[in-house]
Design a protein around this ligand. Sequence first.
Ligand SMILES: O=C([O-])CC(=O)C(=O)O
Ligand SMILES: [Mg+2]
Length: 288
Amino acid sequence: MAFRSRREKLRLILSGGTCVHPGSVYDAISIRIAEDLGFPLGMFGGSVASLAVLGDPDVTLITLTELAEQMRRMSRAAVLPVLVDADHGYGNALNVRRTVQELETSGAAGLTIEDTLLPAAFGEAKAQLISLEEGVGKMKAALDARGDPSLVVMGRTGAASMTSIEDAIRRAKAYEAAGVDALFFTGIKSRAELEAIVAATRLPIVLGGAPDELSAIDYLASRRVRIALQGHAPIAAAMQAVYEVQKALREGTLPKALEGLPSAELTSRVMRDAEVRARSADLLGLKK
Ligand SMILES: O=C([O-])CC(=O)C(=O)O
Ligand SMILES: [Mg+2]
């Protein structure tokens, strides 16, 4: 299986004793940069997928085909293991199966399925949850859909910020019993909440955005948190950089006078220029 070693690397993170921050990745360039910098893992958020592919906010407009295609491009460009935010699995439990099949063949190392009701319901300003029973069915569907047992399936709940920490724990325990590989929580507000989760569950924990009180990585590691997200600043920084350069050009700055461009060395590293040259020499009869 071509992607097994990536999945095994993610499994090693989950079974290890430390906590890692993943690099936020969303396309071929960003994954190569994250890999060059030595991140042990990439996180492909639904929000950045929507932004990179559609230019839209995170309101479930992206299709599974688009998400999987973007993942496939990243898998081709780098070998960094990637955890994909598969949202609600793009429909009901049957759609979850399809989602897992598509992301597995696209090279994802792992994926999260969450119990948020998506897309947003009519007339509801606040995010809603599906029932625990439906959530469990989705987790079972995801696990059953794997062709490669090394693909990591995580159960994700945002119940802590939508209903209560008790509800988040109830759901996490049910997903754990269904057989998921790890538990992903968003909306955890304090050490007390994290510790309540740790006491009630056994699986490795992944934290989405968390407050300052939950930022000390050694503390997180000691509480079974194996992956802690740090948001998606890279795509925001890319947006600002493109804005600045386009604005300068639009205002008459000459291309040569532009600031903030990558060095030729960085550009060729990201493009893996040396490999292309070597291949060209071998295969096209060109000089190295
Ligand atoms: O998974 C993450 O990185 C957080 C999230 O839900 C998103 O960005 O869509
Ligand atoms: Mg998301």
